[in-house]
Design a protein around this ligand. Sequence first.
Ligand code: PFF
Length: 498
Amino acid sequence: MTSDKRGMHGIWASRWTFILAAVGSAVGLGNIWKFPYITGENGGGAFVLVYLLCILVAGIPVMIAEVLLGRRGRMSPIHTMQAEARRQNAPRFFSGIGWMGAVSGFFILSFYSVIAGWTLAYIGEMASGTFNGADATVAGETFGNLLGSPWVLLGLHTIFMIMTGFVIARGVKHGLEDGVRLMMPLLFVMLILLLGYAITTPGFGQGWNFMFSFDFSKLTTESIVVALGHSFFTLSLGMGAIMAYGAYMPSEASLTKTIFTVAFLDTLVALVAGLIIFPIVFSHGMEPAAGPGLMFQTLPIAFGALPGGAWIGTAFFVLVAIAAWSSAISIAEPAVAWAVEKGIKRGTATIMVCVLAWVLGVGTVLSFNEWGDKQFFVTETISESVTDPVSGEVSAKTLSSSFHLYANTTDLKAVPLAEGTERAISGKTFFDILDFLTANILLPLGGLAIAVFVGWLMRREDSANELQADETVYNVWRFMLRFLSPLAILFIFINGLL
Ligand code: PFF
């Protein structure tokens, strides 16, 4: 029953096409938008180091396992996992890995498209010269105005989802190959140009130190969970995207070399993005922990200061939008491929997947405006500052702390405070929840399940046959997949839960 589905989606023209497509999937908003802002929120250097370790210890071994599974199965992740779990006599749970991935995919696509919509808006802002000579205030206001307009965000989200659907409907091979071949090299050139500019800014040294001086006192358990989650998100792991692409990979191509290339390029782009953004942050006295707006408030200032910056800026946001586009396509591919294998026409399958993700995306659109104050997992802390009579040091003393599963933060803030006390509120919006749930829980769990499946349940000769690597490489990889990757993921999870 399964054999007739095999290979029905086509095979990449060569190993290099797979690399381009996989890099197209991996390099996206995660590298240029998310990596810098979570690095900023989590204190910089130590976070970067943990992220790099996670890529090495968990990301790369799991990525090899995912592509291996995909190429062996040559079907959508859902069907590949069902067939492979049966063949290896694995517990039933493992045949559901593909399903879990599809659910994560819907969640990710829904908010990914909204953020990608912001980059579309910035193409227009750049081209119209909004940022010529702009300072941090102008950049902040422009971004704030965009987020405050739900209808504009909804329109952009719609346009981006249609763009994504258009390529998927044509088939990944025809739709994607030509696109990534042109845009990936362009994006690299553009990043190097911007890095050149960042090096000349007065904040470069400070930006460099922020990213590469490892101050472990800034590291919290949550930041380690975030680093692990991001290493999966940025490599497109744990939800079947890379598995789906692996299914279209030529049989003779070397898996390990290919994956190393993809992971290396992905990491490079993230680090360079950080080295562009943080010097600008420090040169303009901005806040590294500005959150999701970081890229949108820093880069325009750089473009505004460059001669011909409006043009360079326009081109840059076009490239970021394309990078997001090629990633979004890979997020939707597993679900669409599954539906096609079920006999649904590719066009119809695409519409179903995109409409569902679009509807869910409305929640993310509203998270930045109408629903901004409706938050979950809210903690409210009231503190007063006390001065030590001996040392004169001022510190905050917590008077009370309360937790609400759901709260309207505007209502909380409306309750008057006693003199001399301060209130801090932190909670998660609808978008925050989807982001946290997918990147920090579902993707690592998917990765863990894949590591256990390929490392422990799949017969050694099966994985060795598919990998076709030399003995040492195979052994090192298998050891990491069996022990290091699952233990690292479990350890971080358990710590995070506690
Ligand atoms: N890796 C993409 C990025 O960094 O933007 C996002 C992504 C693509 C996540 C595909 C998950 C996925 F399956």
